[in-house]
Write a protein that binds this ligand. Structure first.
Ligand SMILES: [Zn+2]
Length: 233
């Protein structure tokens, strides 16, 4: 089983353009939202303008894609109490159910920061998968789905090599690529992202899935009993 799991973080309005491109290529993906900022905009310290998808736009923008919790206020999961983390998750779960019509079972750690304690809270809250941001530069299935390191960033020069590794893999393999849609603006970045999406769509024997679907399939593959008894007719 070879899986391609794409995910896009932060829920900005630039997601709409890339959701359309993903539909064009027939690729699945997950989008991680921080619903405490729905419809809001502002300017970051580095001067970048940000604008989040609104509650009203959520359903149409992300039609056909999985929505994940990215923390209601994008707070560092590892710096919160268990109670605080549950509140961050609950805010997204409720908003996504209400405005996106989806039951949330997956998350992306804000800032990519994860630890065993946060993973345990996520698991106890019924989450099946949570992605970090530290690249593994590997297509090996993750040891822990609640601390799922991506293979690399979508625009990482290593991405084509990892796609080749996925296509050539003998056993189960997963290519997990992440990005923020606003990073894919500008001619060079846009062309590079388009070229990679086209290559992913052509990948031999690979299936494009959401993070939740990847988790389900990887777990099912792990649960297949391997016979080691002796057949005696
Ligand atoms: Zn983020």
């Amino acid at each position: 089983m070879k899986l391609i799991a794409l995910s896009f973080d932060d829920g900005e309005t630039a997601d709409r353009f890339w959701a359309e491109r993903l539909r064009f290529y027939g690729l699945h993906a997950s989008f991680a939202l921080c619903c405490g900022f729905l419809g809001q905009s502002g300017v970051l310290a580095d001067g970048r303008r940000w604008q989040k998808t609104s509650a009203e736009e959520m359903r149409a923008t992300y039609r056909g894609f999985e929505l994940c919790s990215h923390g209601f206020y994008h707070r560092d999961f590892t710096a919160l109490t268990a109670r605080g983390l549950r509140r961050e998750l609950r805010g997204d779960v409720r908003a996504i159910a209400r405005y996106g019509g989806q039951k949330v079972r997956t998350a992306v750690y804000p800032g990519g920061r994860s630890d065993a304690r946060a993973a345990a809270v996520l698991r106890a809250c019924g989450f099946v998968c949570a992605r970090t941001a530290e690249p593994s530069y590997s297509v090996a299935p993750p040891a822990d789905l609640l601390r799922f390191a991506p293979s690399c960033h979508l625009l990482d020069p290593a991405a084509p090599r990892l796609l080749a590794a996925l296509e050539g893999a003998e056993g189960d393999a997963v290519l997990s690529l992440y990005a923020h849609s606003y990073e894919l603006a500008g001619e060079g970045a846009r062309a590079a992202a388009e070229a990679l999406l086209a290559a992913l769509a052509r990948a031999r024997g690979a299936r494009s899935v959401s993070l939740g679907e990847a988790a389900r399939l990887l777990r099912a593959a792990k649960d297949v009993p391997r016979g080691d008894g002796q057949y005696d007719g």
